[in-house]
Design a protein around this ligand. Structure first.
Ligand SMILES: Nc1ncnc2c1ncn2[C@@H]1O[C@H](COP(=O)(O)OP(=O)(O)OP(=O)(O)O)[C@@H](O)[C@H]1O
Ligand SMILES: [Mg+2]
Length: 367
């Protein structure tokens, strides 16, 4: 079993160090913690780290408020007495009681139905639970950690989340950074994930060379660490115990290899990865660009986008593709990009893009 914050949360980047420092500070106190962050950033790991570093002897008991149907959620959290409802043939402790002496982790708290929010508020005020169908008030000592990928403040403004409960749970907010904000940690995190996958599957992990790592490091990861994990799992299946280079990352891992004609669209595909439901137009009369209108749906799938980074990535990919097509001839590439030659040269400098075949002069252009 892992035991320290460092074992649980892999990474040494500045935002991750800050995250670990916050956890270390808050863990021993009884204070409620609210873990915020995009999907797949590791909110559940933060809850585990808080519990592990708390010194509390009880268990970490989790409830995913979004995964349990609302009719069952009440008895799941608060327990029930015999005969409380059809099928309740035995009394049952709820998760609050199971977390006695330990930590209760309410995941996706933003999805908790309003009537349960009221009940939870009372439990937090009195530190006593009343089971469904029961009259007794049972005192429980537990530490509360909540998590959500939603903007709870806007749920409060919409009237979907109680403001008084929000203030109760938001005593110590902890923001988990997106993977793009800590891309320097990608090699470390990838190694840790591959080790654990190799152990679990009793196989040997493939080795990623520097070019493969650079490719992974500059992708935008809208699905964060979970998406990285999926990509690495795919790598274990497709390239067991084999070396992996940038080409495989691009062609087989960040997307599944598509037949022939798509070859020339590689770069564009890559630039549009993670855009939920984006199709690349395949009509030969049309340029193979994702239509800008497809970005309109972005926020139906994701909480945020690092716009500057995304636009920059698209720029890098298109400039590199144009230079490759022109065999490194800058004026031809500029023409293909409808840019002035001097503008292209400026951009190449700023984005550290080298002409194909010149990459040994200044080291790796990728960050
Ligand atoms: N720093 C890290 N080092 C290693 N693995 C990590 C790290 N952060 C997250 N993971 C892994 O990424 C996956 C997603 O993490 P987790 O479930 O904690 O994210 P989450 O923020 O709760 O996601 P969601 O919002 O989708 O519930 C898990 O498999 C977890 O083990
Ligand atoms: Mg989660």
């Amino acid at each position: 079993m892992d035991s320290t914050i460092d074992d649980i949360i892999v990474g040494q980047s500045a935002p991750v160090k800050e995250l670990k420092r916050l956890i270390e500070v808050v863990a021993p106190s009884p204070t409620s913690v609210l873990v915020l962050g995009e999907t797949g950033t590791g909110k559940e790991l933060v809850a585990r780290a808080v519990h592990a570093a708390s010194g509390r002897s009880g268990r970490l008991v989790s409830v995913n408020c979004a995964a349990i149907p609302s009719e069952l959620l009440e008895s799941e959290i608060f327990g029930h007495e015999k005969g409380a409802f059809t099928g309740a043939d035995k009394p049952r402790e709820g998760r609050v009681e199971l977390a006695r002496g330990g930590t209760l982790f309410l995941d996706e708290i933003g999805d908790m139905p309003l009537p349960l929010q009221t009940k939870l508020l009372r439990v937090l005020e009195d530190r006593k639970v009343q089971r469904v169908g029961g009259n007794d008030e049972i005192a429980v000592d537990f530490r509360l950690v909540c998590a959500t990928h939603q903007n709870i403040q806007s749920r409060v403004d919409e009237g979907a989340f109680r403001a008084d409960l929000f203030y109760r749970i938001n005593v110590f907010p902890v923001q988990v950074p997106s993977l793009a904000e800590r891309h320097v940690d990608i090699p470390l995190i990838a190694a840790a994930i591959m080790n654990s996958l190799a152990k679990a599957q009793n196989s040997t992990a493939p080795t990623l060379d520097d070019s493969a790592m650079a490719e992974l490091s500059r992708y935008t990861w809208p699905g964060n660490v979970r998406e990285l994990r999926n990509v690495l799992e795919r790598a274990m299946v497709m390239f067991p115990s084999q070396p992996i280079t940038a080409t495989q990352v691009r062609d087989n891992l960040l997307r599944m290899k598509a037949p022939d004609r798509a070859e020339e669209m590689d770069a564009l595909w890559e630039a549009s990865q993670g855009l939920g439901g984006v199709d690349i137009m395949t009509e030969s009369s049309e340029p193979p660009l994702p239509h800008p209108a497809h970005y309109a749906d972005w926020f139906s799938y994701f909480e945020s986008i690092d716009l500057r980074r995304h636009l920059r990535d698209i720029e890098v990919v298109l400039i590199e593709a144009a230079l490759t097509k022109s065999d490194g001839m800058v004026s031809q590439a500029a023409e293909a990009l409808k840019l002035r030659r001097t503008t292209l040269i400026e951009k190449m400098k700023k984005l550290m893009i080298e002409r194909p075949g010149q990459s040994d002069s200044h080291g790796n252009a990728a960050e």
